[in-house]
Write a protein that binds this ligand. Structure first.
Ligand code: 5GP
Length: 176
């Protein structure tokens, strides 16, 4: 393990939990084809593991957003850098996030997608930091509730580093 990192969730714990989430999602969407919308870049690894564990058909699309402000704090002002390739009207959409922190990004995305009239819209997040919430928004599927620490790995970065780590680690530089 690299210096300055402490494992919070191991590769095995993540794998196990992703399987459980996939089982729950497969049950809830039985007989339907779900459109998974990944939020770049953090959700890429979660989405790719999740879709391979689903027992239902799925399609994949991506959005990229940037929140104005520093790299470790969300300002709530969201800019769309890459929009979806396809229309989502009438589709069963599952928005796939890496982490919900203040909830500001998710609130923006949810309202933005809802306005496009999907048949259904739910949210799956791998991680949730409920302590930090600024707006009233709850994911429908959540992998792990974690304490208020800055984490990297399994898709999550700090200045574009560490996304490749198989474990989710606390960046000790910012440890609370
Ligand atoms: P929110 O708008 O909910 O405050 O922030 C969500 C976004 O902030 C996430 O998609 C992620 O990009 C970033 N973020 C929040 N907490 C963390 C964290 O602990 N680690 C990393 N790498 N990004 C985080």
């Amino acid at each position: 393990m690299k210096k300055g990192l402490k494992v919070l969730l191991s590769k095995e714990q993540i794998e196990e939990r992703v399987k459980e989430l996939a089982a729950a999602i497969s049950r809830d969407y039985q007989g339907k084809k779900v459109l998974l919308i990944g939020v770049l870049k953090g959700a890429v690894i979660f989405l790719s593991d999740l879709c391979r564990q689903l027992e239902i058909e799925s399609q994949i699309d991506f959005m990229a957003v940037s929140s104005y402000g520093s790299s470790t704090a969300s300002s709530g002002v969201v800019r769309i850098l890459k929009d979806l390739d396809e229309e989502i009207e009438g589709r069963d959409v599952l928005l796939v996030e890496d982490i919900v922190d203040t909830g500001l990004t998710l609130k923006y995305l949810k309202e933005n997608l809802q306005a496009r009239r999907p048949r259904s819209l739910k949210i799956a997040t791998l991680l949730d930091k409920p302590e930090r919430r600024k707006v009233d928004i709850e994911p429908d599927y959540c992998g792990f509730r974690i304490p208020n620490e800055f984490v990297v790995g399994y898709g999550l970065d700090y200045n574009e580093e560490y996304r490749y780590l198989a474990d989710i680690c606390i960046l000790l530089e910012f440890a609370q």
